[in-house]
Design a protein around this ligand. Structure first.
Ligand code: AMP
Ligand code: ZN
Ligand code: FE
Ligand code: FE
Length: 300
C-alpha cells in the first residue's frame, strides 16, 4: 500500500478555495493519509482542519507558508508545527499581514493610474475573509473584464515588472528559519526552483540556509521539471537535508493540482517530526501536536 503524504496545501484562510475542514475531507476522499495545511502567513485554519482530520481519520500536520526574502527576491518557507503564539513568530506574521494590507491599497492605486479601476471591496469579495494576496486581485481583475483569466492577470498586471506590482514587507529567509526553529517548528524551502527562484536559491545559498537551521527542500512540486527535482534531490542528499513533495493545492479553478498529486516519503515525514520535537524541547516549548495515529503508517 502506498502512503500519500501531501505537505503543502491552501485553504480559504489564504488563497485556496476550500474551507480548512472541506480541504481535509476532500483529501481523505482522495486517499491522502497525511495532509499539511499551509496557508500563506497564517495559522488560522489549524483548529478547523484538525477537528476535520480527527473526524475523517487522517493525519494532519499544522503548517504555514511564510513569505520571506533573500537578496530582494521572494522565498516561500514552509514551517511545520511552530507555535504561532511564540512572540518573535507572531510579531513577524503580524508585520507580514500589515504589509499585505498596505500593498493592496498601493496596487489598486497604481492600477487606477493605468486606467483599471478595481475597488478594495471587489478584491475582498474574491476571498472568504482570509489573508489577501495577489490571486484575489487577479480574480477581481478578471471579474472586472480587465484580463481574460488569472494567469493573464498576473502576466499583464501583477507579476514583477508589471504596472500593478508592489514590493511588500517580508523578513529575511535565514532569520525566519531561526525564528521557526525557536518556535518549536521545522523549516522547509517551498518549491525552491519554482517560478524563477533558482536565480537566488543556488547550492551555496541552500548550504548557507542549512547552516541557519533549514531542515529540508520541497523537491517534488508541479513547478519543477523532472531534472530540477533530480538536481534538487542531489543537493539535498549532499547537504543532509530532508526532501519533501506536495501538490501545493489551491482548489478548483485556481492552481488546480489535485490533493495528493505529489507525495512525501514516510521516512522524510518522520525526520521532520523528529526535528520539530527536538526544536520544541530545546526551546522549552510543548511538543507540537500532529493529529492522527501516525504509527498506522509506520511514522511514529
Ligand atoms: P502574494 O503572496 O500575495 O504575492 O501572491 C503570491 C501567490 O500568487 C503565489 O503563492 C501563487 O499562489 C500565486 N501566483 C504567483 N504567480 C502566479 C501566476 N503567474 N499565475 C497564477 N498565480 C500566481
Ligand atoms: Zn498561494
Ligand atoms: Fe509558494
Ligand atoms: Fe503554496
Amino acid at each position: 500500500m502506498t502512503v500519500v503524504i501531501d505537505l503543502h496545501t491552501h485553504s480559504t484562510c489564504s488563497d485556496g478555495t476550500s474551507s480548512p475542514a472541506d480541504l481535509v475531507r476532500e483529501a481523505a476522499r482522495l486517499g491522502v493519509d497525511v495532509l499539511a495545511i499551509t496557508d500563506h502567513d497564517t495559522a488560522d485554519g489549524w483548529a478547523d482542519a484538525s477537528d476535520a482530520a480527527r473526524e475523517v481519520g487522517i493525519g494532519l500536520v499544522p503548517g504555514m507558508e511564510i513569505s520571506t526574502k533573500h537578496e530582494q527576491r521572494g522565498v516561500h518557507l514552509l514551517a511545520y508545527l511552530p507555535d504561532p503564539t511564540e512572540p518573535a513568530l507572531a510579531g513577524e506574521l503580524a508585520r507580514i499581514l500589515d504589509g499585505r494590507e498596505g500593498r493592496l491599497a498601493a496596487m489598486l492605486e497604481l492600477l487606477e493610474g493605468a486606467g483599471v479601476v478595481v475597488t478594495e471591496s471587489e478584491v475582498r469579495a474574491q476571498s472568504a475573509g482570509g489573508v489577501i494576496g495577489r490571486p484575489h486581485v487577479a480574480d477581481a481583475l478578471v471579474a472586472a473584464g480587465a484580463s481574460a483569466n488569472r494567469t493573464a492577470a498576473f502576466d499583464e498586471w501583477l507579476s514583477p515588472g508589471r504596472i500593478g506590482f508592489v514590493v511588500r514587507y517580508a523578513p529575511s529567509t535565514p532569520e525566519m528559519i531561526e525564528i521557526v526553529n525557536r518556535a518549536g517548528g521545522v523549516a522547509v524551502l517551498a518549491h525552491p526552483w519554482g517560478r524563477g527562484s533558482h536565480r537566488v536559491l543556488d547550492r551555496e545559498t541552500i548550504a548557507m540556509l542549512r547552516d541557519h537551521g533549514l531542515a529540508g527542500l520541497e523537491v517534488d512540486h508541479h513547478d519543477h521539471t523532472r531534472s530540477d527535482s533530480e538536481r534538487l534531490r542531489a543537493i539535498a542528499d549532499d547537504l543532509g537535508l530532508v526532501t519533501t513533495g506536495s501538490s501545493d493545492h489551491h482548489g478548483t479553478g485556481k492552481i488546480d493540482h489535485e490533493l495528493g498529486s505529489r507525495s512525501t516519503s514516510v521516512e522524510s515525514l518522520r525526520r521532520l517530526l523528529d526535528l520539530a520535537e527536538r526544536h520544541a524541547i530545546a526551546s522549552g516549548r510543548p511538543v507540537p501536536a500532529v493529529v492522527g495515529d501516525l504509527s498506522r503508517i509506520g511514522a511514529a
